[in-house]
Write a protein that binds this ligand. Structure first.
Ligand code: SF4
Ligand code: SF4
Length: 465
């Protein structure tokens, strides 16, 4: 652990021992204002995660990622495979939004809202502390020889972990299949839904491995965002930092009390760190900006009657006093983000609920029939309609050429086919009949049909005279 590290450059990870073995980290719990804010946010995010799959609007979940059906619902707005541009905008907003947040506030996502941190810090560390005790007691328990008490505590902890994990993974599945399906699989035999059962089983095993054992190593070794976030930083990025100008020379290093800085070398900031680093060594890649060291140090500063904030959110000291929020990279990310948001709003607002296409039938261009003394020219068409909404829809088809006399024209559309179920596609054949005497010279003209809310132009063909 970093408690053994010299306060200088180091070339190995904080959670690796000299001999290459993992140095298990037992973060101490901490109290303070950031702890309170994070607990509130974690409770909100966990509740939101658990509740969202139960909420439906017009019988559709507010959030659904049905991959096999390529049907996605994001806060009530439905997307289908043909809405790929919308999904591009959403993914673009998430990526650029993350880049912007990182450029301005560092790893704020990691410390405050990453699911790994929220579940681990908000639930699993608490269960562990409740069953095994504080960081000293947990470390002692792990080092202690096998005993009834140790086995009992470990079994109780892992049973609690498994119970919580199953709730989390079943909820996760509900985001992809809907809660109705999840309720089915939990009330029926696993063999009736063996694919879902297998998915939940594998997910639960991976989740337990991560949250119960792998923990901070995921953030440091595996997380792709953690890997590239440092390239998004600049000297104006606000991160959790130790104020060296105020803290140094720390106690134990300073020649005498008069020249000593504010750091009393209590290492409380190291004890509470979930990735085991010493923030006094500067910004480090393992730091997930969880703010635990801020609260820990503030508590110590209160005790030694020094001002709070020896560790605090601040830009790099190189930035000096003129910290720039509006700098080129922030402006570029913001501009791209605004463009993506505008694109998304435009794409959503111009999206059609019902897709309509009219095609001429591929056989003869027209045929004729006699009605009384009149020769009638008939053209046949196919109407392709797809209802993209989750409610049934019924469409109407009418002539829409106010400048033309359509009183003798006939539109023959099978009325029974004009009702569409939700998400239903139909191919509806229909005919248009025009008396030959009404045809213009040349026998060919454009006419307009109003189908649902849309006006479509089609061509009508007849004999040339
Ligand atoms: S908690 Fe504050 S005073 Fe204690 S070692 Fe860390 S920086 Fe120094
Ligand atoms: S250094 Fe501080 S902010 Fe960073 S991970 Fe450790 S405790 Fe959290």
């Amino acid at each position: 652990m970093s408690t053994k590290e010299p306060d200088s450059f180091r070339d190995k990870l904080s959670m690796i021992e000299e001999d290459g073995h993992r140095a298990t980290i037992y973060p101490a719990s901490v109290k303070g204002r950031f702890r309170n804010y994070r607990s509130l946010l974690q409770a909100f995010l966990i509740l939101l995660y658990l509740i969202l799959p139960w909420i439906k609007i017009n019988n559709v979940p507010v959030l659904l990622l049905d991959l096999p059906a390529r049907h996605f619902v994001v806060f009530g707005v439905e997307f289908w495979a043909h809405d790929a541009p919308l999904i591009f905008f959403i993914l673009g907003i998430a990526t650029v939004g993350m880049a912007l947040a990182t450029a301005v506030f560092g790893r704020i996502w990691c410390g405050w809202s990453c699911p790994q941190t929220v579940f681990l810090d908000g639930i699993f560390y608490r269960i562990e502390a409740f069953i095994e005790g504080n960081h000293h007691q947990r470390k002692a328990l792990d080092k202690a020889p096998l005993s009834f008490n140790k086995v009992l505590k470990k079994i109780t902890k892992w049973l609690a972990f498994i119970a919580v994990t199953l709730i989390i993974t079943h909820t996760f599945l509900a985001y992809f299949t809907g809660m109705d399906h999840v309720l089915k699989i939990v009330t029926q035999s696993p063999m009736a839904h063996w694919t879902s059962f297998l998915v939940v089983y594998i997910l639960s095993a991976l989740f337990l491995f991560d949250i119960g054992w792998f923990r901070e190593q995921f953030c440091v070794i595996m997380c792709p965002y953690g890997r590239f976030q440092s390239v998004l930083y600049d000297k104006n990025t606000i991160t959790v930092q130790y104020d060296q100008s105020r803290g140094e020379p720390r106690k134990g290093v300073a020649a005498d009390e008069a020249s000593q800085g504010d750091c009393v070398s209590c290492k409380r900031c190291v004890q509470v760190c979930p990735t085991g680093i010493d923030i006094r060594n500067g910004v480090q890649m393992e730091c997930i900006a969880c703010t635990a060291c801020i609260d820990a140090c503030d508590e110590i500063m209160d005790k030694v009657n020094k001002p709070r904030g020896l560790i605090r959110y601040m830009p790099s000291l190189d930035a000096g006093k003129n910290v720039k929020i509006l700098r080129p990279r922030v402006l570029v990310y913001s501009t791209v983000l605004i463009a993506l948001f505008s694109g998304l709003i435009y794409a959503v607002s111009s999206r059609k609920n019902i897709d309509i296409q009219i095609l001429r039938s591929a056989d003869v261009p027209y045929f004729s029939k006699t009605q009384g003394t009149e020769e009638i020219i008939v053209n046949s068409y196919r109407l392709h309609v797809k209802n993209h909404t989750s409610s049934p829809a019924s469409i109407t088809v009418t002539f829409n050429d106010p400048s033309m006399d359509t009183s003798n024209w006939v539109l023959q559309v099978p009325a029974s086919l004009l009702a569409l179920n939700s998400h239903e596609f139909k191919m509806i054949p229909f005919l248009i009949e025009v008396p030959k005497s009404k045809l213009p010279l040349g026998g060919k003209f454009k006419l307009h049909l109003k189908v649902a809310d849309e006006t479509k132009e089609i061509s009508f063909v007849g004999p040339e005279h």
